[in-house]
Each structure stands twice: as C-alpha cells, then as structure tokens.
Design a protein around this ligand. Sequence first.
Ligand SMILES: Cc1ncc(COP(=O)(O)O)c(C=O)c1O
Length: 320
Amino acid sequence: MELEHGAKVWMDGALVDYAAAHVHILSHTLHYGVGVFEGIRAYPTPNGPAIFRLTEHLRRLQTSSRVYHLPIPYTLEEMTRAVIETQAVSGVLPSYIRPVIYRGEPGLGVKNTHGKVSLAIGIIAASKYLGEASETGVRAKISPFRKPRSDGLPSFAKANGNYLNGYIAGVDAQTDGYDEAILLDTNGYVAEGTGENVFLVRDGVVYTPGPPSEILLGVTRDSVLRIAKDLGLECVERLISVNELLTADEVFFSGTYAEIAPVREVGRHQIGDGKTGPITREIAARYMRVVHGEDPNYGEWLTPVPAAGKLAPPVARTRR
Ligand SMILES: Cc1ncc(COP(=O)(O)O)c(C=O)c1O
C-alpha cells in the first residue's frame, strides 16, 4: 500500500523532495537505534489547519534527546517554526508529523558522540492507526514480551531503539489475530500498548498506570486526564494489575496516532459488555472536538498553520 505523504521533508533547514530525503548508510542511528522522535498530528479546524499540542511534543523531544546525549542543534522556537513550515507545504491533512533526531556518519562505534546530530521532519496523511477496531473496539493480547525496566532502557524517552520491544510484541499479537499488544512490566503490572497508553474505568473512576510504571508519558494521556477531570471524573494514576484490567468496566487506549480507542477484549476476556463504554465514549467525543478546534476551552493546545505563502520569516537556522 502506498502511503500518502507530504511533498517535502525538512532536513536541517532545507525542504527536500520526499524522494530525495536520504541519510547515509553508516549513520549511527541506523546501526545502534540511538535516535529520538515525536509523533504529532495536525487536524482541520474551523480556523484552518492546526497542530495539536506541538510545544508539549517538542519539549518531550528535547527531554528524550538529553537522555541519549543527542544535542539538538535547534531551539524550541526553531523547531516549532520548522514543523509549521513542513506542515504548511505538505499538502496533507489530517496529517501525522514525524520529527526525528538522529546521529549521522561517521557512525560506527557504539559510544559515538561525535557524528553529526540532525533534525528531519517528515509528514504522512493520518489514518486510523488501529483501523476499524478504533471504532468497534480493539482486541488486545497481553504480550509475553515484557517492557524492559527503565534502569536499563528509559521508557520516558521516546527513543528509536525502544520500539524493538514494541515491534516484537505487536507482531506477536497481530500474528495471533489480535489488533494490538498490551505489555506488562517485569513485575507483571500493566504498562502500555506498542504506541498507546492504557486507561481503565471502574465504578466511574478513571485509572491509568503512572510512574513508577514503565510507560511513555503520553501527551494524549495528559490530555485525557485533563478532559476526564473537566468532566468531573476522579482520575487515579498508580500501578495497575492484570486482574484490574480484565475486570474493568471499560478499557481504552490513548495515543497521538491511535487517538482514543476503546478496547473490547483483553486476551480471551471480554471487557464490560464488549461495547464502547459510556465514559470512554464521552472522553473520546470531547477529545475529537478539542483536536478539531471545536471547544474553545482547550484553544491553547492548538498551533495554527498559516498558508505556505504566509509563514513568518524563518528564525535563524544556524546550527549551534
Ligand atoms: C510506547 C508508546 N506509549 C504511549 C504512546 C502515546 O503517547 P502520545 O499520546 O504522546 O502519542 C506512544 C505514542 O507516541 C508510544 O509509542
């Protein structure tokens, strides 16, 4: 299947044709997985295209890059403008925006801290990450592959290499006929999906794994907690056992690409009555209104994207 994508890729300040956006085969990131990235969405809104929670994503990119000794050669303002510019010229909406920080060549040698660090920003047309299951309910498998402990592989960093774990768990679940995997940590507590955080609802209270769970602190997770609190719901962040998950009234995933996706089965266990629960439905409906700019109470989460010809002049693009 050919993916619809943005016309250009932003590479260290230049907008390069999609087909010409290459990196060297001896790039450090390609060999050792030492890179960090973000996944961001832009949506149509009544005021034109807007990027959802751009600053929070770019701040997490900065945090992730610090963990892996990848000094980003651009400021937050420069990266913000670069993402807006790439979206403006992309020609796709709704879109999924992928900034990636990688170390190029000379790249061989694990402890490499001298290869050039670069930023690239690619864009694809966004679709439903979990396909039809996003609407009808996801069938998730409790993965036999556990999340590594954060004292070995920090889960709070959105690092390329972390996705080896998500990949092996996700393909295992898919091969078994499930839509997605739910990974447990090494102590058997619920961690997250391969690209989503996990929530459950019991007796009207919303629960989600919180630190010290081995999770990525999702931007969507944060949005869900705020929306749920605004809806008057009690929210609890703590360790979650498999038993609690299997006997929950409702379970749902949250993620930038997955948005809010109801889970109807975990392993062989049906969740609730197997249909999207009322609280999941209410949170998902508000989330979709918010990302589409239809709820002024969350306006600060949206960064407008002007037409390509109307962009502010570039902030200095000099490497530092
Ligand atoms: C492993 C993992 N957990 C959780 C999430 C959800 O994070 P966010 O809501 O910031 O997209 C993602 C997606 O980025 C992910 O890859």
